[in-house]
Write a protein that binds this ligand. Structure first.
Ligand code: AMP
Ligand code: FES
Ligand code: ZN
Length: 318
């Protein structure tokens, strides 16, 4: 196969676009998709400061690399979780990525904030750690963005992540989640604007970009998670994409165009947010779910009983 643009031998074959590219033309394609996402959804205005959440995986590193190449004012944020065998390797890897690229890096340590993930896991007594960990991370993202005066918080979610989440929300016809899903959520009530500039690119395309740009990803995955989220949904959608190239982006873009607004009118308005009495993060309760978890962990350490601080984590807004 030849490169669609320059007719050199194609090295990246993209069935969903029914085409292939040589590395240079693939980079142009990749940059074009990111630029289009940013423009279509007014994600970043000129001169805005962007905080990119870096897990150490290929998606978030590729995103930081690409935004920097596009001339954005990028700072990295890593949430260090204190997980033995995984967190130190991730942090070292991210430092080694940021330093040569001149990307400043902020590190938020959850153990220093009373929330080492192994301790949270113990305090949850067998209940799944992943959703609590997700809350703790989003809480840290938001706090770092607010305290650092950043305009935008960017994450490395790609097309596969977004369509799998949309599919899961659709299977449940969850009007509240469906009305709130999208690649750009505006700043409101103490939250920074949240953007997903890779939403038009698949996991495969991001992996090709990382590989061709020489960006390694972390080899020490979290021992508590079984891998990518929504794995089953991703497999189903990949099958569909195989028989109907372009189905994923059409599903997602048409949802944004035709579906989301309809769910907004069904979902009604969300409960009002007020600052958490302990940490100031926006919450629908007096204190937020993350402060509740911190209290549970502290009580467990002191050998005290505390009522379930994880209650309300599911509907907590932060
Ligand atoms: P995941 O939910 O693990 O698929 O991650 C989705 C996105 O969240 C990643 O692409 C990152 O942008 C961000 N992220 C996940 N974990 C971390 C972390 N520990 N520190 C900073 N950002 C993270
Ligand atoms: Fe959060 Fe594994 S990264 S539980
Ligand atoms: Zn709080």
């Amino acid at each position: 196969m030849k490169c669609r643009r320059c007719k050199a031998p194609a090295q990246v074959k993209l069935p969903s676009h029914n085409t292939g590219f040589c590395p240079d033309c693939f980079f142009r394609f990749f940059s074009g998709q990111v630029a289009r996402a940013i423009k279509d959804h007014a994600m970043i205005a000129p001169g805005e400061r962007v905080l990119v959440a870096l897990s150490g995986g290929k998606d978030s590193l590729a995103l930081a690399h690409e935004l920097k190449e596009q001339g954005c004012d990028v700072t990295g944020l890593h949430v260090y979780l204190g997980i033995p065998g995984s967190s130190d390797a991730s942090l070292a890897h991210i430092r080694a990525f940021c330093e040569p690229r001149g990307i400043p890096l902020l590190v938020h340590s959850t153990p220093d904030d009373g929330l080492a993930i192994p301790e949270v896991k113990e305090a949850l007594k067998g209940r799944p750690i992943c959703s609590a960990c997700g809350k703790i991370k989003r809480h840290a993202f938001n706090r770092a963005a607010r305290e650092g005066g950043f305009d935008v918080l960017a994450t490395g979610h790609n097309l596969d992540d977004e369509t799998a989440r949309l599919f899961a929300n659709t299977l449940r016809w969850d009007a509240s989640y469906l009305s709130d899903q999208g690649p750009c959520l505006p700043a409101e009530d103490g939250f920074a604007r949240k953007i997903k500039p890779l939403y038009r690119l698949s996991e495969f395309e991001t992996a090709c970009y990382s590989f061709l740009k020489g960006i390694d990803n972390v080899v020490a995955p979290c021992p508590y998670s079984s891998g990518a989220s929504f794995t089953g949904h991703k497999v189903l959608l990949e099958d569909l994409e195989h028989t109907r190239p372009g189905a994923k982006i059409m599903f997602y873009e048409n949802f944004l165009k035709n579906g989301r607004e309809a769910f907004r009118s069904v979902a009604g308005s969300s409960p009002a947010l007020t600052p958490c009495a302990r940490c100031g993060s926006p919450t629908v309760r007096e204190t937020c779910g993350v402060c509740g978890l911190r209290r549970m962990v502290a009580a467990r350490r002191a050998g005290l009983f505390v009522e379930d601080g994880a209650a309300g984590l599911e509907d907590e807004a932060c």
